[in-house]
Each structure stands twice: as C-alpha cells, then as structure tokens.
Design a protein around this ligand. Structure first.
Ligand code: PHE
Length: 339
C-alpha cells in the first residue's frame, strides 16, 4: 500500500510539473483528484487491508492527496498568470505601430472643389445638390437646349434610356432649384459630370461647380464682379478676368471667362500658349426663357449662372500638365498637394 501511495504521489507531481496549460491541468485534476480519480480509487483499496491498519493508511492517503493538491494549486496560479500575460501581450495596443502606415492625402480635385466652394460660401452662396443620373428634361429641355443640338447626340452624352442619362453638366441643378425655391436664390452645386471624352485635358468623368444667383436687378456686371473676386481669392490678388462672347442656350448673353495667366501674368508662356490668358469657365445672364420655363416672372427677376471646371482650375492652379494624373491615384503625385 505504501508503495502504491508513493508512486501515485510521484506520478502526480511529475504530471503536474510537466503540464504547460490550464486546460491540460484541468484534465490532470480530473484524472487524479476527482471522485473517480486515482486518489479516490486508492481509498477504495483500503477495504482490502486489515481493519486496524485502515486509519493509518487513510491518514497517509489524505496527507498525500493534500500535498498533491497544494502543488496543483501553485501550478494552477503560475499557469494562470502566464496565460494572462500572453493574452495581454497579444491584445496590447502598440502605439508605435502607426509609424509604419502611410497617411493618406486629399486628391487635388477634392482640395480645389473644397477651396472654390468655400470662397463662394463666403460670398453668401449656399450648397445645392442634384442627381448624377439625370432626366433629359433637366439636362437639356428646360435649359432651352434645342432638340437638334449636337450636345444631345449619343456621341456626346451617355444615355441610360431615352429619357435618362448621366448628366453632362451641373446646369440641370439650376432648373431643379428654380422649380423649388423663390428668389433671392444664391446657390453653388459642386458635382460629377460625364461626357464620352478621354485625352490629356478631358476625362469621361469630371467635376463642375455650378453657380446661380437670381434676384431683382442682377446683371452681367454682378457676374463679372463676383468672378473677379473669386479669381483673386482662388489664384492670387493680381489675377484679372476677361469675358469673351460665347453661346449657351440657357444664358443670354453668354461668356467664356478667361483668367490672366497665373504663370506669366499676361506676358505669354507655355501654360497659356503665349496668349497671356487661360480659359476657365462658361457663364452668362440666365436666359429669360429658362426662368419662364420654371415658372418665374422674367420681368421681375434676372440673374447669372456659371459653371467652373474643377479639374481645369486645379491644372491651372498647380500647373498640372495632364488631367489623367489626377485620376491615377498615385500617392506620390497626390501627396504634393496640401489641404
Ligand atoms: N454648363 C456649361 C458647360 O458645361 C457651363 C455653363 C454653366 C455656362 C452656366 C453658362 C452658365 O459648359
């Protein structure tokens, strides 16, 4: 009996000492110390020994069991601590890690879009919005664009159905706003537009910022003042603007607006192709026909509208030679621009 007890203790202590995880320790506990475990079985063996020796061996077995129990609980707390430490280490937040990540940057298109919007918001314009998938009605019809106008051609417009298209200009938002609001109206609408063009200065998707100001007695002079102010704030204070006669069915008169070249200030250089001027946007006095089509009294109200090409403004401001660079999303390019 003595030998049996000795070898059980030895065996148990070895098992506990070799054990490496709480899970394994739990299994050992069941095997040795549970109701049907090795110590319990040893107690059952007592029935085979003479009565007078039973208390003696019973005591020895109990002492051996409590020795094993002691070692067991020490081992349990050691393993518990080890496993806790490992878990904390695994879940710990390494604050030095962010150094390994590249911090992103804003695309110049977004920077310019935001800068231009902020300037007009500062002049009292508020933001308006319209859908990129637009009805033909808003993109063309209500803007007084004739049925046979080449811009309506499927080579110039992405049609979805006969009446639904990807808007080719943000000007449709003018009509959407005129239908809903009463003058004074003073809005800008930055957004994406789509045309089937693709080369160094054209992209099938690009951005425009539409402007619309309608009130009593708004004239071409107000347009010029507003755009001059904008050009000085967006480019630099020496920038001047020039109006050239143009044609848009929804403005009358219509103008093409040029800026004095930001690189040579009018002397002539590569950027402005030696003209001293850079073409930036289309604009004009809102055609009374458009106001009437939207239910506004064109004798009482007048106004101006403009449409700025965002990519074009970015190319001029930063001297970007190819529009496609802005769509490639190469961080080495994008990171050069500061918000
Ligand atoms: N929508 C015109 C274009 O895309 C620009 C424009 C807007 C012209 C508003 C006049 C008034 O070219």
């Amino acid at each position: 009996m003595k030998e049996k007890i000795k070898s059980l203790v030895k065996n148990s202590l070895e098992q506990i000492s070799d054990c490496n995880s709480l899970k394994e320790l739990e299994l050992i506990k069941i095997e040795i110390l549970s109701k049907n475990g090795s110590f319990a079985n040893l107690m059952k063996d007592l029935k085979n020994i003479p009565n007078e020796q039973k208390p003696f061996y019973g005591k020895i077995i109990n002492e051996a069991k409590s020795e094993v129990l002691n070692v067991f609980s020490t081992k349990s707390s050691i393993l518990n601590e080890q496993e806790q430490n490992a878990k904390e280490k695994k879940e710990a937040l390494d604050v030095t890690l962010s150094k390994k990540y590249n911090i992103g940057a804003f695309n110049p298109i977004n920077i310019v879009k935001q800068d231009i919007s902020n300037i007009f918001i500062g002049m009292g314009f508020s933001l308006a919005d319209g859908p990129e998938i637009e009805l033909k009605k808003y993109n063309f019809d209500l803007l007084n664009i004739p049925e046979d106008h080449p811009a309506r051609d499927f080579t110039d417009t992405f049609y979805i159905t006969e009446n639904l298209l990807l808007r080719t200009q943000t000007s449709g938002v003018q009509v959407r706003v005129l239908e809903k609001e009463k003058p004074p109206i003073k809005i800008i609408c930055p957004g994406k537009v789509y045309r089937p063009d693709d080369d160094a200065t054209h992209s099938p998707m690009f951005h425009q910022i539409e402007g619309l100001y309608i009130d009593e007695n708004v004239t071409l002079k107000d347009l010029k003042k507003t755009l001059e102010e904008f050009a000085k704030l967006f480019f630099d204070k020496h920038t001047t603007v020039r109006f050239r006669p143009s044609f848009f069915p929804f403005t009358e008169p219509s103008v093409e607006v040029d800026l004095s070249c930001s690189m040579c200030h009018g002397k002539g250089c590569n950027l402005c192709k030696n003209t001293g001027w850079l073409e930036l946007l289309g604009a004009g006095v809102v055609n009374p026909v458009v106001l009437e089509k939207s239910g506004l009294d064109s004798k009482k109200y007048s106004g101006f509208a403009f449409g700025i090409g965002v990519e074009r403004a970015a190319m001029i401001k930063y001297g970007i030679p190819d529009m496609r660079l802005m769509f490639d999303n190469d961080v080495r390019f994008i990171k050069q621009f500061k918000f």
